[in-house]
Design a protein around this ligand. Structure first.
Ligand code: SF4
Ligand code: SF4
Ligand code: SF4
Length: 231
């Protein structure tokens, strides 16, 4: 028993264990600071990612971007189940939040699978399971971004490649007869309400830099409901 006034002496093991605890607490503190820093960096990256790059298209059924980013757990199951390797997960340095799925239409467009396996694979609803008809998909909207390059618009030829490529041709793209400089010409015209944003027109456009591109709808939508038309 310790005498009154005598300094309490801790056994060596207790002193050691107290030292170990202090060391562990210091390490934990350093880890917490590092975790907070990483969390802040990721949150900042996520905030910047809310404005999706113009060329990056989300898979069919993707929720509006902020909700999509909150719901997507970056599992990659939609990418795994896409039979055409259309989808890929964003890597560091790309203008899309890391680990989230997207596609570049000029590389590999969406083939508009009837059974929509990417949506079925999604475990969180980030790709909305309410999308059961691929023709109702709204990945983006095709826009004529290079009427000077486009053979139909610039009068050099009578190209129909984008029209032919469209899986919803006759609805999403039509060839409209118009009079230009006193000549009758057929010009491809995109109809916003039917375009799914699959990107097959962009992929098959014959000009070196695609004259028609799919953009996220918020960037592409016009007041008229027509995304591309000779005016
Ligand atoms: S609809 Fe088909 S091709 Fe398009 S992203 Fe989904 S799985 Fe891939
Ligand atoms: S216009 Fe282009 S993006 Fe729209 S549905 Fe047709 S091919 Fe797909
Ligand atoms: S495929 Fe390209 S060049 Fe041909 S009509 Fe369409 S946008 Fe114009």
């Amino acid at each position: 028993m310790a005498l009154e006034g005598e300094k309490k002496r801790w056994p060596a093991t207790a002193v050691l264990s107290a030292t170990t605890r202090r060391g562990a607490l210091a390490r934990l503190g350093r880890l917490l600071i590092a975790a907070v820093a990483v969390g802040a960096a990721l949150a900042d990256y996520g905030r910047r990612g809310r404005a999706l790059a113009a060329t990056a298209i989300r898979p069919p059924g993707a929720l509006p971007e902020p909700k999509f980013l909150a719901a997507c757990v970056r599992c990659g199951l939609c990418v795994r189940d896409c039979p055409y390797d259309t989808l890929r997960l964003a890597e560091m340095g790309e203008p899309v939040p890391v680990g989230t799925p997207f596609f570049l239409a000029r590389d590999i467009p969406c083939e508009m699978c009837e059974d929509i396996p990417c949506v079925k694979a999604c475990p969180t609803g980030a790709l909305d399971p309410a999308l059961t008809d691929i023709k109702a998909a709204d990945m983006g909207l095709a826009v004529f971004v290079g009427v000077d390059r486009c053979y139909s618009f610039n009068g050099i030829g009578a190209c129909r490649a984008c029209f032919i490529a469209c899986p919803v041709k006759g609805e999403a793209i039509t060839m409209e007869l118009l009079v230009k400089d006193g000549r009758s010409v057929f010009l491809p015209t995109v109809h916003a309400e039917a375009c799914t944003g699959c990107g097959k027109c962009e992929k098959d456009c014959i000009t070196e830099e695609a004259s028609i591109k799919v953009l996220p709808r918020r960037l592409a939508q016009t007041d008229t409901g027509l995304a591309g038309r000779y005016g």
